[in-house]
Design a protein around this ligand. Structure first.
Ligand SMILES: NC(=O)C1=CN([C@@H]2O[C@H](COP(=O)(O)OP(=O)(O)OC[C@H]3O[C@@H](n4cnc5c(N)ncnc54)[C@H](OP(=O)(O)O)[C@@H]3O)[C@@H](O)[C@H]2O)C=CC1
Ligand SMILES: O=C(O)[C@@H]1CCC=N1
Length: 279
């Protein structure tokens, strides 16, 4: 099994490193290409045996499964470069939400899935969102999800809910880190605790909270209730958070969905034009 990666930016390189560290792939099983080739060369220096492709076509010609790890606006160019070489027996995995399965299936003859990763996969944790195309047989889906189980908890989602699922799973780490940063900044400003100590305490707290919510038998509601001693201190803080954060996440979700819609329309236009001009 040879795995090809087109795009070794933030997420492409995270996936490569996670697959190698988890033992899912040896470096020798990986071939990767990127517009700026130096990024792949650096990966090959870190993981000897990983093959540096000189073109996206080379990635496709050498791989059984190909991960498309470029941004939505870059899809058209990549698909134009590779489409003549993609085979029906190959797997193409797109990691971006605003490119729809139906567009990929109309442009490429291969088996297609959309798997949205998360930065949390870097530490072999968090979810990957799995949306499979029509050509994926039950055994193909099982095989692909087993592959992603090396680095994550694969969760099947409907394409209609890709955006909100991705907000929670993939944007979520940044949203949570923003919340934590505000907590730390306020701790430093109000009390004079050092940023390093506040960051250490907040980070350990986040790790423990994650464990409680995944394997510890708590959900967000029961966890708040358990920590809030009646008449105690936590309840005072929660009262402020409830007041101040009311409606904030609705606005966040509206903002991400507006941007998604914009990307979706742009990508749809590009990929549909491509389809028409190729007929
Ligand atoms: N970052 C995240 O946490 C997550 C990202 N995603 C999705 O992953 C996708 C990529 O995001 P991310 O990795 O953060 O973005 P980056 O910009 O870091 O990476 C994109 C990479 O694609 C390369 N590239 C662009 N055009 C081509 C081309 N024609 N041929 C080959 N390589 C090309 C770029 O090369 P160059 O070095 O020249 O710029 C760059 O390295 C996005 O669609 C995003 O939605 C999904 C889930 C989480
Ligand atoms: O910010 C982005 O567009 C991507 C999608 C999910 C996480 N990062």
């Amino acid at each position: 099994m040879k795995a090809g990666f087109i795009g070794t930016g933030s997420m492409g390189s995270i996936l490569i490193e996670a697959f190698i560290h988890s033992g899912a792939f040896n470096p020798e099983q990986i071939i990767a290409g990127n517009r700026t080739i130096r990024k792949v060369e650096l990966l090959a220096e870190t993981y000897p045996g990983l093959l540096v492709a000189q073109s996206n076509r080379e990635v496709v010609l050498e791989s059984d499964i190909i991960f498309l790890c470029v941004k939505p606006s870059e899809f058209k160019k990549v698909i134009d470069e590779i489409k003549e070489d993609v085979l029906p027996s190959q797997f193409i995995v797109s990691i971006t939400s605003p490119v729809l399965i139906k567009h990929l299936e109309s442009l490429l003859p291969s088996k297609i899935s959309k798997i949205i990763p998360s930065i949390t996969n870097y530490v072999l944790s968090g979810a990957t969102l799995c949306i499979h195309g029509n050509r994926m047989q039950p055994e193909d889906k099982e095989w692909l999800e087993n592959l992603f189980a090396h680095i994550s908890s694969p969760i099947r989602v409907s394409e209609n809910y890709t955006r909100i699922s991705s907000d929670l799973s993939s944007c979520g780490p940044a949203f949570l880190a923003n919340f934590i940063q505000s907590f730390i900044d306020a701790a430093v400003e109000v009390t004079g605790i050092s940023p390093e100590e506040a960051t250490l305490l907040a980070s350990e707290m986040t790790l423990g909270t994650g464990k409680l919510l995944t394997t510890g038998g708590f959900n967000p509601t029961t966890l708040q209730k358990r920590v809030s001693v009646p008449g105690g201190i936590t309840a005072e803080g929660l009262r402020i958070l409830d007041e101040e954060l009311s409606g904030v996440f609705s606005r966040v979700i509206h903002a991400t969905h507006d941007k998604y819609q914009e990307d979706l329309e742009k990508t749809e236009q590009q990929l549909t034009i491509k389809q028409q001009s190729s007929q």
